[in-house]
Write a protein that binds this ligand. Structure first.
Ligand code: HEM
Length: 161
């Protein structure tokens, strides 16, 4: 059982670093960049920042996924995916898949495109409003998942009938 506790410790540490970073980007960094005078300079800064954050987020995403699937295996909890009371299990995997696609497929592609666009034309300031909206949506989904996972894994489940 100690191995499950250890996996849980790694899982939660990964979630804190990863989703905590998303919260900081959404509520602190993006609003500050949107208020900068030059949207082109702000985008250049954001591109460098995102590159570093994405590298860290890739590691934490891997850690969360590995520890998560290890726990599913060790707790023999695969059947939960067939029970809607465990909606937070589906939500965890969904969030993880969404971020994995973004970090491993879309982010490297977007970085190349933004660099090309930034070199050729001016960036409009509502670019940040759009980016912030997307981050906020992912953050709200992640926070709901975290709340559901903590409540559910400590026994607070919706009654099955
Ligand atoms: C591949 C993806 C994932 C898998 C397979 C997975 C699996 C698990 C499992 C098996 C547990 C333990 C449940 C129990 O003790 O009954 C757990 C707990 C938890 N997971 Fe995940 N998870 C994944 C991704 C995520 C993500 C993306 C988040 C955050 C958005 C997250 C947040 C949590 C939290 C907060 C707990 C509760 C820890 C506690 O209070 O003890 N997980 N996860």
């Amino acid at each position: 059982m100690d191995d499950v506790v250890f996996a849980r410790v790694l899982h939660v540490l990964g979630v804190v670093l990863w989703i905590g970073g998303v919260a900081m980007v959404t509520w602190v960094l993006l609003p500050s960049l949107a208020r900068m005078e030059s949207a082109t300079d702000a985008m250049a800064f954001f591109t460098r920042f995102r590159q570093r954050f994405a590298a860290q987020a890739r590691m934490t995403t891997l850690l969360v996924g590995l520890s998560g699937f290890y726990m599913v295996h060790a707790l023999n909890a695969w059947s939960r995916f067939l029970q809607w009371q465990y909606w937070w299990m589906h939500a965890m995997v969904l969030i993880w898949l969404l971020f994995s696609v973004m970090l491993f497929v879309m982010e490297p592609r977007a970085r190349r495109q933004v660099a090309a666009v930034a070199a050729s034309k001016q960036i409009s300031s509502d670019a940040f409003v759009k980016i912030q909206r997307k981050h906020l949506m992912l953050l709200v989904l992640s926070l709901m998942t975290i709340a559901g996972a903590v409540a559910g894994s400590h026994g607070w489940l919706i009654a099955a009938n």
